[in-house]
Design a protein around this ligand. Structure first.
Ligand SMILES: Cc1cc2nc3c(=O)[nH]c(=O)nc-3n(C[C@H](O)[C@H](O)[C@H](O)COP(=O)(O)OP(=O)(O)OC[C@H]3O[C@@H](n4cnc5c(N)ncnc54)[C@H](O)[C@@H]3O)c2cc1C
Length: 619
């Protein structure tokens, strides 16, 4: 029976450091005389400003998007900018990995004494590469709020060189990794709201075809016919492409959706197909009804065994499973980049120990430093004028104009037409094409892992819920992070997912925009209720007390998540130089364009490579 909010512990006061810290900062700012602050300019942050510890709504948090929405949605022009005498060699828009790399590379090309300002609309730097830090238990616990894997086998030399300069050894990181997204002890969990009963099936992984897995399908809350069909799908090796011409095979692999493939070729009924719908949430940020067979199989979904020899063309490659990781994900890369730009942030910062370092945010924006990172600042206008670039940004409701020699736009491309009106319309249209995928990463710190251990699971796929998957984030003990779980200590559980697009039979861009709207309209309480419901239903039978055992919740809402990469079912094969991202990233005067969007590829290596290109274009 559905539990009330009270039964779910919604009335419990759990740590919400976004509130605590906001209150502290406001009161410091309002009441202390300026001489008491360590500030050296009006933007310098207070000594205790440390956003990684904030819980509650993060990612696109309140305060980060309002100005951009007023500009892009309401057409409000912020033309009342106040000029300052600040002059920079480079102004970077966006403090994600791409923007930080652009600043790093600029210093190399133009000299260490270049004056650089990096502006970002969030209250922390790193863009998607955000650190979620918890201090609600006796030891610090870390998790990642967005960008996590270093898929280093596909890194080019320039990216590997940068990582080496930052002191990162990906091979060592990979060797130390003992984490597999809950796939080492997998489970599937059918929830009461969607399937009538809470049913946990430990040991079931939809990727696996061994016999034990087949038996478990008997426990699925499906009709008899559905169970039979699903078992036959896994058990049967019959090649559904037998007798097909090359052209017909290509059509099935690249122009048929995975769900159509399951229905038409593998004869699965709709109730069974729905179980697969959330299986690509984390990997693609697109659901299988909008992915080709090849794309779905590259994310290790089952089906290769029904394709005969053609399977070798499309199945997930083992090599791509090779990843390296930091305990706060690629936030470590953002932190190391920031530390190399601003050495006072963490004197002596070292890739081998940085995980446990608290950076000194009061040093981010200090007038005497060569590089500054200015947070909570949304850029609303960038313009070439004479031989300079004029940049206006809004911070605390005030619009300020600064000047620079060069500018790199390392922000998402879809905002560029609004902030840089001088861009030709063909290029603006190409930038608008790049609709990012809305994503959701929620970290819940729980008192211990006893309930999961008792159930014999490290994670579970939840086909009926908003977050497709929940798993423990144990086993990424690198860069000085070595929690002692033997002490029966707190552990972060990561919930991963995306919102269901309100309509499936519309263009992919409309699906992404629709899902974004739903995500955006949800409040923290909605996500809190969601994770409490899941933890209660999933772990409650093993003794987890949802009213007592949750220590903190951090929701990383990425309304603008993965960069749009071209999809088999939705995009043509563009000729070189004519793809939207190639048109979109052209430089304009002294302004060049970076960000993952510039590669149409949602990877850290792309963010880095595009920053290198953008700086090359300025030289
Ligand atoms: C949930 C999630 C998980 C991911 N996991 C991985 C992974 O495991 N491995 C991987 O390689 N990649 C992953 N990615 C992809 C990730 O996008 C890239 O790896 C990389 O972090 C992107 O860096 P970026 O600098 O290009 O963009 P971003 O990180 O988006 O940074 C751009 C910054 O510009 C800011 N900005 C935008 N407009 C303005 C404006 N007008 N004024 C000021 N600032 C502005 C943005 O708010 C943002 O902070 C993941 C992405 C998400 C969302």
């Amino acid at each position: 029976m559905k539990k009330t909010d009270e039964q779910l512990g919604m009335n419990k006061v759990i740590a919400r450091r976004d509130f605590i810290q906001a209150t502290v900062l406001t009161s410091i700012g309002l009441t202390l005389p300026t001489s008491c602050l360590v500030s050296t300019n009006e933007h310098t942050l207070a000594n205790d400003y440390y956003p990684p510890l904030k819980t509650g709504m993060r990612g696109s948090h309140d305060g980060s998007y309002e100005t951009a929405h007023r500009l892009a949605r309401e057409g409000i022009q912020f033309d009342n900018a106040v000029d300052t005498d600040e002059y920079y060699d480079l102004v970077v828009v966006g403090a994600g990995i791409s923007g930080l790399t652009a600043a790093y590379e600029y210093r190399k090309k133009f000299g260490k004494e270049s004056k650089i300002l990096i502006l970002d609309n969030h209250d922390d730097f790193g863009g998607h590469a955000k650190r979620n830090e918890f201090d609600q238990s006796s030891d610090t616990r870390l998790s990642w709020g967005g960008t996590m894997n270093l898929e280093y086998t596909s890194f080019g030399t320039s990216v590997l060189d940068l990582l080496a300069e930052l002191g990162i050894d990906v091979n060592i990181l990979h060797k130390k990794l003992e984490f597999d997204y809950g796939n080492d002890k997998p489970a599937i969990w059918f929830d009461e709201d969607t399937y009538g009963n809470n049913i946990l099936i430990p040991g079931f992984s939809m990727y696996s075809r061994n016999e034990g897995v087949l038996d478990k399908i008997d426990e699925f809350p499906l009709s008899e016919q559905g169970i039979k069909a699903l078992k036959a799908f896994y058990a049967d090796d019959h090649n559904v492409l037998e007798g097909f011409s090359e052209e017909e095979i290509e059509k099935v692999l690249y122009k048929t959706s995975y769900t159509d493939f399951l229905e038409k070729y593998c004869k699965l009924p709709k109730e069974v197909i729905e179980i697969f719908i959330k299986s690509t949430d984390g990997y693609w940020g697109v659901q299988p009804h909008s992915l080709s067979v090849a794309e779905a199989l590259s994310a290790w979904l089952p089906g290769a065994h029904r394709l005969g020899e053609s399977a070798s063309k499309v199945a997930g490659k083992e090599e791509s499973e090779k990843v390296a990781m930091f305990p706060d994900g690629n936030a470590t890369i953002a932190r190391l980049l920031a530390c190399s730009l601003i050495t006072d942030l963490c004197p002596g910062a070292d890739a081998k120990t940085i995980a446990m370092e608290k950076l000194d945010y009061s040093k981010l924006d200090v007038a005497t430093n060569f590089t500054s990172i200015r947070l909570s600042s949304t850029v609303v206008h960038v313009k070439n004028e004479d031989d300079k670039v004029m940049v206006s940004y809004v911070k605390n409701g005030k619009t300020t104009r600064i000047r620079s020699k060069h500018s790199v736009l390392a922000c998402y491309h879809s905002i560029i037409p609004h902030i840089c009106p001088e861009i030709p319309s063909l290029q603006k249209n190409a930038q608008r094409y790049q609709v990012k995928h809305p994503m959701l990463v929620t970290n819940v710190l729980v008192k211990n892992s006893k309930a999961l251990d008792k159930l014999g699971i490290s994670g579970a796929y939840c086909p009926g819920r908003i977050h497709a998957k929940v798993f423990m984030t144990k086993g990424v003990e690198t860069a000085g992070y070595q929690p002692d779980y033997n002490k029966d200590e707190a552990v972060p559980l990561m919930f991963w997912g995306m919102m269901e697009p309100p309509k499936r039979n519309v263009s992919i861009q409309e699906q992404l925009r629709g899902a974004r709207m739903t995500l955006f309209e949800m409040k923290f309480k909605d996500f809190e209720r969601e994770v409490r419901t899941v933890l209660d239903g999933l772990l409650g039978p093993a003794g987890f007390d949802v009213t007592q055992d949750i220590l903190a919740i951090t929701v990383n809402r990425w309304s603008h998540g993965y960069s749009y990469g071209y999809l088999d079912l939705w995009d043509e094969k563009y000729k070189e130089g004519q793809a939207p991202h190639e048109i979109a990233r052209q430089p304009i005067g002294n302004i060049s364009i970076a960000n993952c969007d510039a590669a149409a590829s949602a990877y850290t290596q792309s963010a880095i490579e595009e920053a290198f290109r953008a700086i090359d274009e300025l030289t």
